[in-house]
Design a protein around this ligand. Structure first.
Ligand SMILES: Nc1nc2c(ncn2[C@@H]2O[C@H](COP(=O)(O)OP(=O)(O)OP(=O)(O)O)[C@@H](O)[C@H]2O)c(=O)[nH]1
Ligand SMILES: [Mg+2]
Length: 397
């Protein structure tokens, strides 16, 4: 599972990425600081099951648990900024789609206070309209995918008009888009919804691309830099929401500062909350930074939003659930005695046997039955997992 971080230059993508992954990728106030993508592990969070089962000091092997909130790892990729005209050789060309090909959801980081122009150059706060950035990126993605289909247009047209079968048309388009990891299912859905795509019909092909992108690269907007001017930020968030976009207000910089101070042992901070406790004496600069975060971020928005954006991408856009497989249903341990060793992020609809395969192919092959620990009930291979299930899987020897 991978989430892509996209947007124009200087919107704060790498700052967001660093805050989420605890990396130190280069950040700067000039455009195109990032050219080669940064890849790292971020975390999505959800209430853990440890409290419910009376487990204290839960120390999972994968991910971590803070005050009863479980943080499960997920891959993030931070890519170069996109600007108008990039297809004509300015900025990143065709590599852009290569870089986001594996991403199953996108977080579009937008300068929500309008402090940078469409190419990421600094302008006075509030003078650029972020709605323009949102529309541009959306349309740019559509155009880029469309241009893959359009590359060998004559051949595509011949191929598509040679078949009346929708299933064959799906195969043709699937092959063309294979580099983007669009699922065949989505292509079939698009054909069902929009009819047989005829390459002559440009409008239909564009509609087709919009449909598959919406489904296989769903997007969430991180309205970033809210700390710069909370009022302008709120106003712009509202405007984007009115246009139908899903927006999470964020201060990637605020999150970055808090995470850094937490790692240095200076504060206790639970990402996704406004819980900050000072543990060591702070210098004046650090004190001031915390005050600003308190005033301009926590008071106005409740949290920095970075965790919320990741959670929304995973749980709303990707429709993932979190499940806890254990070997021993009484002690909730694996064979080494680790308590609740790992929460698995799986697609809603995943069955007990499919989970068994993810844990170990042998466990999948030799699946006998499973046991739901909370409900104290046996279930079979086809049992569809629920969010926060604790499940013990039995295999034959
Ligand atoms: N005040 C404020 N500044 C931010 C925030 N996020 C990023 N910045 C600043 O915005 C500038 C650009 O940040 P980057 O993270 O390098 O932006 P980017 O989108 O990765 O830019 P490119 O790699 O050039 O595409 C830096 O000066 C950051 O410190 C934020 O939440 N608040
Ligand atoms: Mg960057």
């Amino acid at each position: 599972m991978e989430i892509g971080i996209v947007g124009k230059p200087s919107s704060g993508k790498t700052t967001f990425f660093n805050a989420a992954t605890l990396s130190n990728a280069k950040v700067a106030s000039y455009p195109f600081t990032t050219i080669e993508p940064n890849v790292g592990i971020g975390y999505v969070s959800k209430e853990c099951v440890c409290k419910e089962f009376g487990i204290k000091d839960h120390k999972p092997i994968k991910g971590f648990c803070l005050r009863g909130i479980y943080f499960a790892p997920i891959r993030l990729i931070d890519v170069a900024g996109l600007i108008p005209g990039a297809r004509q050789g300015r900025g990143l060309g065709n590599q852009f789609l290569d870089h986001i090909r594996r991403a199953e959801a996108l977080i579009h980081v937008v300068d929500i206070v309008g402090s940078t122009d469409i190419e990421g150059r600094q302008v006075p706060v509030g003078t650029h309209d972020p709605l323009e950035d949102v529309k541009f990126l959306e349309e740019e993605l559509v155009r880029r995918v469309w241009s893959i289909l359009n590359k060998d247009r004559r051949r595509l047209r011949t191929q598509l008009s040679a078949t009346r079968s929708e299933s064959q048309a799906a195969d043709i388009l699937y092959e063309k888009l294979s580099g983007l990891e669009i699922t065949r299912n989505t292509i079939v859905d698009a054909i069902n919804e929009l009819g047989h795509p005829k390459a002559r019909d440009e409008d239909k092909l564009l509609k087709f691309v919009r449909f598959i992108l919406k489904k296989d690269k769903p997007m969430l907007i991180a309205g970033n830099k809210v700390d710069v001017d909370p009022d302008i930020a709120k106003e712009n968030v509202k405007r984007l929401e009115k246009e139908g976009y899903k927006v999470v207000p964020t201060s990637a910089l605020g999150e970055r500062i808090l995470k850094r101070m937490r790692n240095e042992g200076k504060i206790d901070y639970v990402p996704g909350t406004d819980h900050v406790e000072v543990l060591k004496p702070l210098d004046e600069r650090e004190k001031r930074a915390l005050e600003l975060i308190e005033e301009r971020v926590f008071k106005e928005f409740g949290s920095t939003g970075v965790q919320e954006a990741l959670n929304k991408a995973a749980f709303d856009l990707l429709d993932l659930i979190l499940v806890f497989p254990v070997e021993d249903p009484e002690k909730l341990t694996d064979h080494k005695g680790n308590v609740l060793p790992e929460g698995y992020l799986v697609k809603r609809g995943t069955t007990a046997r499919e989970l068994a395969y993810m844990i170990h192919s042998e466990l999948g092959e030799k699946f006998v039955r499973a046991f739901l620990v909370r409900e104290r009930r046996r279930v079979g291979a086809d049992y569809v997992l629920k969010d926060r299930d604790v499940i013990s899987i039995r295999a034959s020897r």
